[in-house]
Design a protein around this ligand. Sequence first.
Ligand code: AMP
Ligand code: MG
Length: 417
Amino acid sequence: MAQLSDDCFAFGGKLLPVDDAVSMIAARVGPVTETQTVGLTEADGRVLAEALLAPLPLPLFTNSAVDGYALRSSDLPHDAARAFLVAGRVQAGAPGGTIAPGTAVRIFTGAPMPEGADTVFMQEDVTLDDAGRVVLPAGLRPGANMRPQGEDMPQGAMALPRGRRLRPQDVALAAALGMTALDVRRRIRVAVFSTGDEVVAPGDPRGSAQLYDSNRFMLIALLRRLGCEVADLGILRDERAALSTALADAAQRHDLVLTSGGVSTGEEDHVKAAVESIGTLVLWRMAIKPGRPVAMGVISGTPFIGLPGNPVASFVTFAYVVRPVVLALAGAAPEPLMALPVRAAFSYRKKKGRREFVRAHLRIGTDGVREAVKFPREGAGLLSSLVETDGLVELGEDVERVEPGESVGFLPYAVLI
Ligand code: AMP
Ligand code: MG
């Protein structure tokens, strides 16, 4: 982070492409090093500190995939159905025993395959004759309906990579491998401020020209979803000295300091000057809409990010600037945002050379194809535009126009966090 200012684009300079911003950030932020051991029920969302190599194979033992009848594939009927003596029975959880040549064994899902048996007939596909023998049809493939030991994952395989932000299925895999706890990195601590003389906290007295702070609550919620420990540090006035003191203090005690508002180039945008007085700062004009400038810097070795005040700009730049920084600080592997194709149900003009995000909801068209419907208004201050939509249509730098029926990339809000 300390070198960010060397090769970044200050205000007035070139617009910085979104991908360049993301890779610059990821390359410069080092992860927190402290780790802790957490039980599996606490592991969801945590960042794995070291790779987990499978201590056991999965499945643990060869077993039946269905309820049915097991036999040796060398006994499989080839041309016509054949009756077999049912010489044994294996339930799930019981030992498999050994199968005698020329016989079948009644078996249930998850039960160990008897020694020698390697094929299972589904019970739906067989009949029983008057003598109580099972009649097995011809044509089954050798090895059918059984799950060999290690088929899912051989012993010693990479089960979970270092840096994985654990998901429910990852926790399930660790449990299946017999783990009771995992080593994860400590949560990163993030300080969040709002700025602006016009901003008051909900519940506080509000002057006629003031508005309630919404960004702070959005940013805190977004950060928590990314697994951060968040300190809510309230609202700072548009006053350089007070900003400097508060930001310097926050930088001492946190891994990241995040603000919204006050980073444009108006005379009352004091965040920039405040950070410059206590650390180093660069103002990025990212080629992104909604966006406006995003400030990044370092205060006493701690990264600082100043997001724009408009709620929609704050939300979008969070996804492209704060999210990668948070992941890098947390020691998580990068998780590039991948838009999935949907059909545009709108037309749109945009400027070449910048990435634009269109707030949209999804619907199923009359022909059954998913399509994105653009929110009718575009202002960067419209919270309703985030609340009433499902995600963002991402229009790349090269795109100049979109017409109804074209394929566009869609990012559901759920993948942004
Ligand atoms: P600024 O980036 O400070 O120029 O602010 C841009 C716009 O965002 C202004 O209309 C602000 O009133 C608004 N704004 C700034 N901070 C907040 C906040 N915390 N919550 C909601 N709106 C805000
Ligand atoms: Mg302001």
